[in-house]
Every structure is written in structure tokens, then in C-alpha cells.
Design a protein around this ligand. Structure first.
Ligand code: IPE
Ligand code: IPE
Ligand code: MG
Length: 256
């Protein structure tokens, strides 16, 4: 199914955001504050993932996207990277069973070729196992980068039609090749850990997302913190380029 593009038409705004995308940041600082090794923060971060998946599903979110490892995170010390890989494997083995029991569909997006064959196999198995589920879709962005996504989409687009007339390229030609074409654009973007940046997350899809930043470190983010983000979201006026007056009386002025 092709989803509405926020730049081509005005999407509906719902009380509960349909798609929530989260940069789970601050694990290392959470641990350092407690005089623990950084990786202890990553372990606790997985507990927070569990809590937020559960709370999101309970609130009626349809798509939850979690940035787990960026294309730039390979720059970290080798022992931290290998810890994260092991944690990813553990999560794929253990958490997927629970997600499947809760009818959650799991997807993993990113340049997966850089992961070990074992991880790649676990990802395939998890996606296949949960493919028929009809509950919330949880997407894990792993070795993901927004620029990578745009480039791989362009490559796929050209591979399909090498003689493509440049003038014929519009959103509807490119967007189906983006890694998350199965989901609507995020309504709400959340970043924990205090930094106010996108860090190469969903560059195309965040065009009209509401942005929410909190100082809370990811391991401390829970259902109550999610509710604060949702409360902030409900205060926003999503204009998508229009004026406030048009939102009050949509039929009276302008076009869609
Ligand atoms: C986010 O927490 C997790 C990953 C990037 C894998 P960080 O590890 O970036 O934590 P801080 O930002 O150093 O505190
Ligand atoms: C962004 O966090 C990526 C993930 C949470 C997976 P980083 O901690 O890597 O981002 P920067 O380096 O502070 O921008
Ligand atoms: Mg960080």
C-alpha cells in the first residue's frame, strides 16, 4: 500500500500518533553517571525497549521505529561494537518470541550486509516468523543511515528502469524504494539523551514529523515518559504548510 506523502497531500492527524520513530540515546551517559561501564547502559536500554514496545502497542501506535545502530556507530571502540552485536543477537533470539506472542510484526532496516551471517540469518528468521502478524509493526534501524537509504533507493530505482527520463522522477517514483516504504511517515519523532539532532536518521521521512526532545536517558525512558511525549504531540498544530485559520475551517479557504 502506498502511503500519503506529507508534501503531496495533507495526511490525517490522529489522537495517537500512528508512527513513532525514536532515537534511543544516552545509554552510555546513563551508565557513566552510575560508575558503570558504558555497555551496562546498553543492556538496560534493552529493558526500556521492551517497556516502550509494550506501552506503544497498548496505546494503539501502529508503527514503532527504533534507531538501534547507525551507519556511523562502527566508529566506536571495537569492544563496544561487539557488545552491541551480541546484544542485538540476544534480542533477536529472546524478544522476538515475546513480540510474536503479542502479534507484533518485526522489520529490520539498514545496510544489513555488514552484519555477521548469523545475525543476518536471525533477522531473516524473525521477519519471516512475524510477517503474518497484524498488530503493531516494530522496525529496528540497524546499520541504518538516512543518506544510505536515499542512495540505495536511487540505485534500485535506476536498476529497475536504467533509461529513466530525469523529468519523470517524482516522489512516487523514488519513495517506493526507500527502506521503510511499508510505513507512513513518522507523526512523532522522539530523541532521548538531551541532544537535539537527527544524526542521519530518517532524513526523507521526517519532513513533517513533530520533533520531541527529552533529557531523559534512554534506559530511564518508560511508559510515563512516552505519555509525556504524546501529550506534547497533542498540543502541536500540524499545519503542513497551511495557516491556522485553514485548520479551523478547512473547507473555507485554499485547497488540500
Ligand atoms: C545510544 O546510546 C545507543 C547507541 C548509539 C547504540 P549511546 O551509546 O549513544 O549513549 P551516549 O550518547 O554515549 O550517552
Ligand atoms: C544516534 O545516537 C544513533 C542511535 C541512537 C542508534 P548517537 O549517540 O550515535 O548520535 P551522535 O553521535 O551523538 O550524533
Ligand atoms: Mg549517543
Amino acid at each position: 500500500m502506498q502511503h500519503i506523502s506529507s508534501t503531496l497531500a495533507v495526511p490525517d492527524s490522529t489522537y495517537v500518533p500512528r508512527h513513532v520513530a525514536i532515537i534511543m540515546d544516552g545509554n552510555g551517559r546513563w551508565a557513566t553517571q552510575r560508575h558503570l561501564p558504558r555497555v551496562a547502559g546498553h543492556s538496560r536500554g534493552l529493558d526500556a525497549v521492551r517497556a516502550v514496545v509494550e506501552a506503544s502497542a497498548a496505546r494503539g501506535v501502529q508503527f514503532l521505529t527504533l534507531f538501534a545502530f547507525s551507519s556511523e556507530n562502527w566508529r566506536r571502540p571495537a569492544d563496544e561494537v561487539s557488545f552491541l552485536m551480541r546484544l542485538f543477537m540476544t534480542a533477536l533470539r529472546r524478544e522476538v518470541v515475546k513480540m510474536h506472542a503479542n502479534s507484533i510484526r518485526l522489520r529490520v532496516v539498514g545496510d544489513l550486509g555488514r552484519f555477521s551471517p548469523r545475525i543476518q540469518q536471525l533477522i531473516k528468521d524473525a521477519e519471516a516468523r512475524t510477517a503474518g502478524n497484524t498488530g503493531m509493526t516494530v522496525t529496528i534501524a540497524a546499520n541504518y543511515g538516512g543518506r544510505w537509504d536515499l542512495l540505495q533507493a536511487m540505485r534500485k530505482m535506476l536498476a529497475r528502469s536504467p533509461m529513466l527520463d530525469p523529468e519523470s522522477i517524482d516522489e512516487s517514483v523514488l519513495a517506493p524504494h526507500l527502506a521503510m516504504s511499508y510505513a507512513p511517515e513518522p507523526d512523532l519523532f522522539i530523541r532521548t539523551g538531551g541532544e537535539q539532532r537527527i544524526s542521519n536518521f530518517l532524513l526523507w521521512q521526517l519532513a513533517y514529523s513533530e520533533l520531541y526532545f527529552t533529557d531523559v536517558f534512554w534506559p530511564d525512558f518508560d511508559a510515563a515518559e512516552l505519555d509525556k511525549a504524546f501529550a506534547s504531540y497533542r498540543q502541536r498544530e500540524r499545519r503542513f504548510g497551511r495557516t491556522s485559520a485553514q485548520l479551523v475551517a478547512p473547507g473555507l479557504s485554499g485547497t488540500a
